[in-house]
Design a protein around this ligand. Sequence first.
Ligand code: ADA
Length: 568
Amino acid sequence: MRRLFDEHIKRQVTFLDGAWLFTTDAENKGEELGFQNGLQNAKSVIVPSAWNSQIDLYGYEGVCWYQKEFYFDGTARIVFEGVMTECKVWLDGKYLGYHYGGFCQFDFIVPDLSKGNHTLVVKVDNSFDEHSIPQKDVDWYHFGGITRSVSVEKLQGVAITYQKIDYALNQDRTEAQISFTVELYGADKKKETALTVTLDGETLFSKTLSLRKGSRHIIVSDKIKVTNLKLWDTASPYLYTVAFSTDTDDIIDKIGFRTIEVKDCKLLLNGKSIELRGVNRHEDHPEFGMTVPAAIMERDLEIIADMGCNAIRGSHYPNSRIFLDMLDEKGFLFYSEIPIWGCGFKEATLGDTLVLKRGLEMHKEMVRHYYNHPSIILWGMHNEIKTDTDNAFIMSKLYYTFLKENGGNRLVTYATCKPNVDNCFEFCDIISINQYFGWYYGTREDWKLFPDKFDRRRRELGFGDKPVIMSEFGAAANYGTHTFSDVKWTEEYQAKLHEIALQTFHDCPYMIGSFIWQFCDTASDKDMMKVKSLNNKGLLSAYREPKQAYFTAKEKYLKFKKEAENNG
Ligand code: ADA
């Protein structure tokens, strides 16, 4: 999908979205049969989409093949924005490579394609084994297919294949010291060009260089001072336009400057204490699965903003780039995580070498592709794993170390469902807790006892300086179910739970915010045995109709927002 703005003016980009050929391969015999050289008896489907949206493939788990012809001439960069979950790619029968993981972009550079039609074939597999991330037991619908856009870009001369921007602000946040990293690729015969970087049209950097055809080069700039800085903030999210260009190529991006830190058990955005008023949101819609159209994303954000939220947790995987662009533009704060989800991971699986490696790779990709988004203030390493085990300790240490060294201007967390026995708190800047009092256990009133109880534990462990986010809590309610009695599954019961929980968290001095589980009802795995196969803890129905809890949460969050505004 296109970003909210044009990423390229000079570079020719062709989206391959639209009709592709498609066939299932339930026995996984396609490679033996030579499908990579062209599909036989294939039907037409629309890319991007989840194959589960097709009427006869609703529950299909396994291998499918896709094929697309495109016209091209020159050096191509083929970009996949997201394929669920693993895939192999061939161009004109020649193997290009493999990718694991459904939620991040990957690409292949293919030099010197002859002028004419070319055939791209993709084998996609969404089945699980003991090395999968997530594991089979997962409480969201594990869609399959080419679920995000595919494009082919023409690289010419010295091409810019990646860029990221680092910065540090001075004490009063009026100046930034910026440095950037640019990856270059020699697409044509060696020729001199100037690499230029501008910020809101002002030249920051210019350097003459040349590259041999086929070679790669990385430039890391010195620090460059920018004065009279306009900050990115939730109330006024100023975005600078940064443009990287050579004679023949360019990348345009938006960046915002801000600080985020934890001090005296508070979360400080640009030095000011902020409370996160948030919801968890899946990329999910009954008609489109995970391929949510941009207009629906935009409307979701309108609803979320209207209820007084300033934060969203992208549960449980990296979200679409265009959604991140919207968050940057509207001034939302975002918690971005990878899909290492919950109880599905047995202790042994957490220690599995391939799982550890795949998880690390997912963190690397998330950091690489989302680096410049000011909205991302938190990286989430995992969700509800067995954090009382040695293997979770080792995993958390590995990922935390990576994210602290490479994650840029952000804090690191993970969501624990074992706050009383969790063994990994040293590997986070903020403790995030998922609890379900009043739903899976205990009563709604138990929420009021929780802050004191947990306070004792965090202090005993020596983590009294780490603030806490309530990253999940909630209750299911079937949209439209009302009774005269206060019982589970009714809208009233759910609403009351949120009323108690939200006020409790707001009143607790060491809690810095909450993410309600969840924004709207979402598709769950069929084997999770949920009513209508949905996770029904949404404040809205799957079709975004508000339940009573939506209005309760809105009342609370708007009240907290007003208090924050009054306190300056
Ligand atoms: C967990 C999990 C969510 C969801 C929730 C629930 O906390 O992280 O994805 O499954 O439980 O509804 O039970």
